[in-house]
Write a protein that binds this ligand. Structure first.
Ligand code: PAF
Length: 341
């Protein structure tokens, strides 16, 4: 062997040794719930997905959970977060949980009702008197029962969180009464109750995933949308033709931190208990973050020139959607929630 060939051979052996060592200490994240057994103990890498940016409370609470889980499991469970619908929009993510292709998700409940119809009760406009009543119902016996209905679909519910109170924005004119919605095309979530409610109010709802909504607003395919102030702020909706916002508070948009049953089954019991416990803790923390950030977002929207109508009379809106209450399938559940407040 010539001298140069010998040096090349030595170099190749060294490079291959270094690569092998790196591969062994890395935790793989290309598959959901991957366990890497190169060390003495297996390391589990969990993928956590959602649709909002990395400074939204959905993400901040996931990061908190990831930190706590990593510390308590001595690095044996790593949670990698994927904000901004990187691994799917809310409906796809929920479906991923049922198939076991994604490990952890936080989603508003609206798309989850496509898998668990009872949850639709939470999407009835003006259901809750206020945030405290909502939290009391969700954290109580009714919330526990709703959580059980998720379990039947292969989803392990971790904690109740929130997206915030939904308000209407649009590019055309201020919405002061239901008549102002007449003929207005509005993007809604993929949820039959939202669709029916906006139809009853005279609007032309277009259900679509949030990933499509921004383009639809920018291109004028729809005139408006409805979402909490933090979402409108973090997605700069004032740059997507949204000039007017009416604080209708029409839906307290509940969110849920969830885990795939498949992931749950794959984790050894000691690690699984820690993940579940930390997942159960973050809901309340996330809700507090929303409350802290909400006013700041409203201020930003105003500073950016959005016209915000605050004191709108919601009674005519409530009356306008009463038939949606009448035709709701789970009347007993609905009455229980109304009576509990
Ligand atoms: O409008 C939606 O789809 C949801 O409110 C969003 C923005 C994805 C947050 O859960």
């Amino acid at each position: 062997m010539k001298g140069s060939q010998f040096y090349l051979l030595v170099l190749a052996v060294i490079v291959s040794m270094v690569l092998t060592a790196c591969g062994g200490s890395e935790t793989s994240s290309d598959e959901s719930g991957t366990a890497d057994s190169a060390g003495e103990e297996e390391v589990y890498v969990l993928q956590a997905g959602h649709s909002l940016p990395d400074d939204h409370p959905y993400e901040l609470a996931f990061l908190q959970m990831a930190e706590n889980v990593e510390e308590r499991t001595d690095g044996r469970v790593i949670i990698e977060t994927f904000p901004n619908s990187q691994i799917g929009a809310e409906r796809e993510l929920t479906e991923g949980l049922t198939f076991g292709t994604v490990d952890l998700v936080v989603s508003s409940t609206a798309p989850v009702t496509n898998f668990v119809p009872e949850l639709g009760v939470l999407d009835l406009p003006f259901l809750f008197n206020d945030r405290d009543s909502a939290v009391a119902v969700l954290e109580g016996e009714i919330g526990d029962r709703l959580f059980s209905s998720l379990e039947a679909e292969g989803i392990v519910p971790l904690s109740w969180a929130e997206n915030g109170f939904r308000h209407i924005t649009n590019s055309l004119h201020p919405i002061e009464e239901p008549a102002d919605l007449d003929g207005l095309s509005i993007r809604t979530q993929e949820n039959d109750i939202h669709l029916a409610a906006f139809e009853e109010l005279g609007a032309r709802p277009s259900p679509m995933a949030w990933t499509e909504a921004l383009t639809a607003l920018q291109q004028g395919v729809v005139d408006g949308q409805e979402n909490p102030a933090i979402v409108a702020d973090q997605f700069n909706l004032y740059d997507s033709n949204q000039e007017y916002m009416t604080l209708t508070n029409h839906v307290y948009s509940v969110a849920i931190y969830m885990m795939s049953q498949e992931t749950y089954d794959q984790l050894p019991e000691d690690l699984r208990d820690i993940v579940v416990e930390e997942g159960q803790n973050i809901g309340a923390y996330q809700r507090d973050l929303i409350i802290e950030m909400e006013q700041e977002s409203l201020d930003t929207l105003r500073e950016q020139g959005m016209q915000i109508l605050e004191d709108v009379d919601v009674e005519p809106f409530r009356e306008g959607i009463s038939s949606v209450y009448d035709s709701f399938e789970y009347q007993e559940l609905l009455n229980e929630i109304l009576e509990a407040q």
